[in-house]
Design a protein around this ligand. Structure first.
Ligand SMILES: N[C@@H](CCC(=O)N[C@@H](CS)C(=O)NCC(=O)O)C(=O)O
Length: 329
C-alpha cells in the first residue's frame, strides 16, 4: 500500500494522525469524459469520442468502486468494446500489481507493466497521488480518461449507445434528483462509510462512521420493504452503487471492518433485493468472492497482521429473491 510522490513510489499506509483517527478519501484526479461525439463532459477536457476498441479498463475484482464499472460494462453490452485488465487481489508494498499470484489475474494487456503505478506514470511522469482502480485508459491518445468510478459508470450508461444499440438508461432524467439524493447518503455512510469504520484508528472515529452506517441500512431496509428498487420500480444507478458494497458486506465489512451490529442477512428486504440484483443477467460473472476476501484480509496488514483469510460466510445469492410481490417496471 502506498502512493506516488513526484513520480516516486512511497510505501505508506493511510495517514490518520492529523484527522483524529478518521480516514479521509482523496478526490480522484483524472476526470475526463467519453462522449458520443468527443465533446467535453461535465468535467475535464474534450477529445474522448466513444469508439469501439479504443478504451481499456483496469480493475481489481475485489474493489467495490471498480466493480461498479465492470457491472455497467456488462449491463450495457460493452464487453466487446471496452477491454479489461485485472490486478492481483494482494495489494502489498507495491500497491496494485499484475503479479500472477492468484487465479483470475491478467497481464497488463496494454503495456505489460508489472505495477499499476507505471500505467499512471505513463500519463503523468511526476504524478503525486494514490494509484487506484478503476482506471480508464484511452489507447488512441495514450492517456488516462478517468479514475472516478461514479463518472465512468455514467459514461458507460449513455456514451456508447449509438455503437451498441443499447438504450437502457440507469440515470433517467425524471429520476435524477432522487437518485442523486440517495447516492449522496449511500456514498457517505455506506459505500465510504464501511471504509471510514474499517480504517479508523480511534474509537471515536470508528463510532462516528459505524453508527450512521447502520442508521442508513435501517433506512434502506424501510425503502426496499415498500419498493422493488431504490428509486422506484426499476433498477437505477443508485441500486448498482449500493449493490457493490452490500455484496461484500457479510464477507468482509462485517468482520474485517468491524461493521458488525447486523449482517445484511439479518435484513429481509436488503437480502431479497441483493439476490435479485445479483441474479440480473451478466452480474454474477462480475462477482469474485475469492478476490474480495483475499484482498481485504490479506492486504490490510495494520488491521489483520496474520493475513489469515476466513473461510466464510457462504451466502446463497442464487436463492429465490421473493421480490415479485413488489411492483416491477
Ligand atoms: N474515487 C475512486 C476511489 C477508488 C478507490 O479508492 N479504489 C481503491 C480500491 S477499492 C484503491 O485503488 N485504493 C488504493 C489506494 O488507496 O492506494 C472511485 O470511486 O473510483
Amino acid at each position: 500500500m502506498g502512493l506516488l510522490v513526484n513520480g516516486e513510489w512511497r510505501d505508506q499506509w493511510y495517514e490518520t494522525g492529523k484527522t483524529g483517527g478518521a480516514f479521509r478519501r482523496d478526490a480522484a484526479r483524472f476526470r475526463n469524459w467519453i462522449t458520443p461525439d468527443g465533446a467535453p463532459g461535465p468535467s475535464g477536457e474534450g477529445g474522448f469520442k466513444a469508439e469501439a476498441d479504443r478504451y481499456h479498463l483496469y480493475v481489481s475484482l475485489a474493489c467495490p468502486w471498480a466493480h461498479r464499472a465492470l457491472i455497467f460494462r456488462a449491463l450495457k453490452g460493452l464487453e466487446e468494446i471496452v477491454s479489461v485488465s485485472v490486478v492481483s487481489p494482494h495489494m502489498g508494498e507495491d500497491g496494485w500489481t499484475f503479479e500472477k499470484n492468484f487465479p483470475g489475474v491478467t497481464d497488463d494487456h496494454l503495456f505489460g507493466e508489472a505495477f499499476l503505478r507505471d500505467v499512471y506514470l505513463r500519463d503523468t511522469p511526476d504524478m503525486t497521488g494514490r494509484v487506484t482502480v478503476p482506471l480508464l485508459w484511452d489507447k488512441a491518445q495514450g492517456r488516462i480518461v478517468s479514475n472516478e468510478s461514479s463518472e465512468i459508470i455514467r459514461m458507460f450508461n449513455s456514451g456508447f449507445d449509438a455503437l451498441t444499440g443499447d438504450a437502457q438508461d440507469f440515470f433517467p432524467e425524471p429520476l435524477r434528483a432522487e437518485i442523486e439524493t440517495i447516492n449522496a447518503r449511500v456514498y457517505d455512510t455506506v459505500n465510504n462509510g464501511v471504509y471510514k469504520a474499517g480504517f479508523a484508528t480511534t474509537q471515536e472515529a470508528y463510532e462516528a462512521a459505524v453508527i450512521p452506517l447502520f442508521e442508513s441500512l435501517d433506512w434502506l431496509e424501510g425503502l426496499l420493504t415498500a419498493r422493488r428498487h431504490l428509486a422506484g420500480d426499476r433498477a437505477t444507478e443508485a441500486d448498482w452503487r449500493l449493490f457493490t458494497t452490500l455484496i461484500r458486506f457479510d464477507a468482509v465489512y462485517h468482520g474485517h471492518f468491524k461493521c458488525n451490529r447486523r449482517r445484511i442477512a439479518d435484513y429481509p428486504a436488503l437480502t431479497g433485493w441483493l439476490r435479485e440484483m445479483y441474479q440480473q443477467p451478466g452480474v454474477a460473472e462480475t462477482v469474485a468472492f475469492d478476490h474480495i476476501s483475499t484482498h481485504y484480509y490479506a492486504s490490510h496488514e495494520t488491521i489483520n497482521p496474520t493475513r489469515i483469510v476466513p473461510i466464510g460466510p457462504l451466502p446463497d445469492f442464487d436463492a429465490p429473491h421473493g421480490r415479485e410481490r413488489l411492483k416491477a417496471a
